[in-house]
Design a protein around this ligand. Structure first.
Ligand code: NAD
Ligand code: TYD
Length: 335
């Protein structure tokens, strides 16, 4: 029996990861999901999991050292997904990014160190490298993050590494590229554009739309993290990506075509401040251990779009504020 602490498990990737673990390992895992339920945390992402006897949800903040100290003695593996995760929000209001992404990671690392945890996975991001016009970043390349989001993630990434060097905490750091799939909050490019198109609303393309991201299906990311828990070496960084580099305009056209919506929905808007032109990671290191992505982009994006078509109630609530009212009433009387 492996006892996992998954932080941020009510968010997009965390909830997919919990479902992945449950499907793969069934009763041989025990999962604690610690999530603050910010605007991005949604217990509806886990309605099929919540009744399972080997799952427990704790509503709380990873910055709360007393709470984290109570949870950690019963844990073997920590997977830290909890973060403020949206670049645009970090430009408008960076405060919570520093608190959660940096200080929160510190609180978890400290508690893990005191409890002799078997594995600590720090979920970092390819954005810590900054932008690259030609070629792909290797794990040994310098970090030049350019948004408050990626800078705070870089802080946690290096802090986690320091806990390996200084205290021999068995830390692994992952730097994954842009994810897409079901249950992604509709503020990120793909779910925003799919849901806007379904509502016949315009698709706001920043700048010239030629920025490039390397897209990976969320379950490939989950499988890579699980793979590294078993096969990764302590103290190492691993890039994760699927090699699907596409411009934002290519993504937009794919969505419009699949939904049979007109080109006129495309709207070019003011560029994001400090907008990174291209992200690209070299994934030779994790591939040399034997991992490779299993999902082809064309099929996985198609099934993702169908998921948003079929789960209109889920995202409509998030886009209309009804969900906000629901969760104030049920979980956040303090709001
Ligand atoms: P998300 O915004 O969908 O989910 C974040 C979750 O963390 C939410 O459930 C939120 O309630 C929770 N959370 C926020 N602050 C918290 C706190 N102080 N204490 C406890 N819980 C808190 O994000 P996501 O897209 O699922 O990303 C998850 C992780 O993966 C992040 O660390 C992100 O940096 C990283 N990542 C994301 C991508 C991507 O494409 N989405 C790519 C690479 C890495
Ligand atoms: P996003 O999903 O926010 O991920 P990240 O910035 O972390 O890569 O954005 C992906 C790309 O899409 C990025 O180049 C910004 C662009 N974008 C738009 O053009 N319009 C939008 O409304 C959003 C949210 C993003």
């Amino acid at each position: 029996m492996t006892r996992y602490l998954v932080t941020g498990g009510a968010g997009f990737i965390g909830s997919n990861f919990i479902r992945f673990l449950m499907q793969r390992y069934d009763q041989t895992v025990q999962i604690t999901n610690l999530d603050k339920l910010t605007y991005a945390g949604n217990l509806e992402n886990l309605t099929d999991i919540e009744q399972r006897s080997n799952y427990r949800f704790i509503k709380g903040d990873i910055c709360d050292s007393r709470l984290v100290a109570q949870i950690m003695p019963d844990i073997d593996v920590v997977v830290n997904f909890a973060a403020e995760s949206h670049v645009d929000r970090s430009i408008g209001q960076p405060d919570d990014f520093i608190k959660t992404d940096v200080y929160g990671a510190f609180v978890l690392l400290e508690a893990a160190r005191k409890n002799k945890i078997k594995k600590f996975i720090q979920i970092s991001t390819d954005e810590v490298y900054g932008s690259i016009i030609n070629g792909s970043f290797k794990e040994t390349d310098a970090l030049e993050p350019s948004s408050p989001y990626s800078a705070s993630k870089a802080g946690a990434d290096r802090l986690a590494f320091s806990y390996y060097v200084t205290y021999k905490l068995p830390v692994i750091i992952t730097r994954c590229s842009n994810n897409y799939g079901p249950w992604q909050y509709p503020e990120k490019l793909i779910p925003l554009f799919v849901t806007n198109a379904l509502e016949d609303k315009s698709l706001p393309i920043y700048g010239d739309g030629l920025n490039v991201r390397d897209w990976i299906y969320v379950l490939d990311h989950c499988a890579a993290v699980d793979f590294l828990i078993e096969h990764g070496l302590d103290g190492q960084v691993y890039n994760i990506g699927a090699g699907n580099e596409l411009t934002n305009l290519q993504i937009t056209d794919t969505i419009l075509k699949m939904l049979n919506k007109p080109q006129s929905l495309k709207t070019f808007v003011q560029d994001r401040l400090g907008h990174d032109r291209r992200y690209s990671v070299d994934t030779a290191k994790i591939r040399s251990l034997g991992w490779r992505p299993a999902f082809a982009f064309d099929q996985a994006i198609a099934s993702t779009i169908v998921w948003y078509q079929e789960n209109r109630a889920w995202w409509t609530r998030l886009k209309t504020g009804e969900y906000l009212a629901f969760y104030k009433q049920n979980y956040r009387q303090d709001l």
